[in-house]
Design a protein around this ligand. Structure first.
Ligand code: ZN
Length: 99
């Protein structure tokens, strides 16, 4: 997966903003990136994206448990249906991108 190999990494300090994401148990590996998957957007929109690491000085935390998951697949797309996926390679690339 080329995107994971070319992921740009930025660092910033003393930024206020919003972190949003989810926690997926290991049993959902492949359907989602398991563990914590968090994204950030600065209040002034100066920086944002997938979070690899961070420290929080002060935060308000909201949690929402999910009791169901829906996945929509493009079953009318022949290219999707004929795609030969290398699942092991996809898993390795997700691990590299998500840390
Ligand atoms: Zn992400």
């Amino acid at each position: 997966m080329q995107v994971a190999n070319e992921q740009a990494v930025f660092e910033s300090t003393d930024v206020s903003g919003t972190v949003i994401g989810y926690f997926a148990p290991k049993m959902f590996q492949g359907m989602a990136a398991t563990g914590y998957h968090l994204h950030f957007l600065a209040d002034n929109k100066s920086i944002g994206g997938h979070l690899l690491d961070f420290k929080i000085k002060e935060a308000t935390v909201y949690l929402q448990p999910f009791t169901s998951i829906e996945q929509h697949l493009p079953i009318d797309n022949q290219k999707f249906l004929n795609k030969d996926l290398d699942i092991a390679d996809m898993h390795d690339q997700i691990q590299k991108a998500e840390g």
